[in-house]
Write a new protein. Structure first.
Length: 177
């Protein structure tokens, strides 16, 4: 989704600043497609309207699929050594806790990296799967996490789970004392 931000500019030429403000102002409102999508979500078809039944069945299919994928990812993560994951509630991602071998923590420190950052980078390099290190979310010092979605299709989620599980096993073996 869209994100907010803040920028401080010091010593900028007033004419350049004027142009920057114009360019920035365009982002104050959602684009037309975003406005249409929100209108559709806020004003769905009502019972008795021609598209009501189709809307309800498509909506139910999407949410049911998301629930199945969330459960599959959560179940798979909780089977991994040193991984604990709460069920996803209201988001399209899981945020598991990692208990990493001390050798992994030390190897990351030697590189000037957080251990979960190193884990995520090695996962990307090994599998092509992008997961986000929890250290970027200002987690409690000395704890390791990552964020992952369950958005791959139901046809693909099994392959993603298998790849992530295989990577995790190899990572743990690599750094096990």
């Amino acid at each position: 989704g869209r994100r907010g931000g803040y920028m401080e500019i010091v010593g900028m030429d007033p004419k350049v600043q004027e142009q920057l403000v114009k360019a920035w102002s365009v982002n104050l409102c959602p684009n037309v497609n975003g406005q249409i999508a929100m209108a559709c979500q806020m004003l769905p078809p009502k019972e008795g309207e021609p598209s009501y039944e189709l809307y309800c069945s498509e909506r139910e299919a999407v949410f049911s699929s998301l629930k199945r994928r969330a459960l599959a990812v959560n179940k798979a993560l909780n089977k991994l050594e040193g991984v604990s994951c709460q069920a996803a509630e209201g988001a399209m991602y899981c945020f598991p806790t990692l208990q990493l071998p001390q050798a992994a923590v030390e190897a990351a420190a030697a590189k000037g990296q957080a251990a979960d950052f190193m884990y995520c980078m090695e996962c990307l390099e090994s599998t092509g799967i992008v997961i986000v290190p929890g250290s970027g979310f200002r987690q409690r010092e000395g704890t390791w996490h990552f964020r992952t979605t369950f958005l791959p299709t139901e046809a693909d989620i099994g392959t993603v789970i298998e790849s992530l599980s295989a990577f995790h096993g190899k990572f743990m073996d690599k750094y096990r004392c």
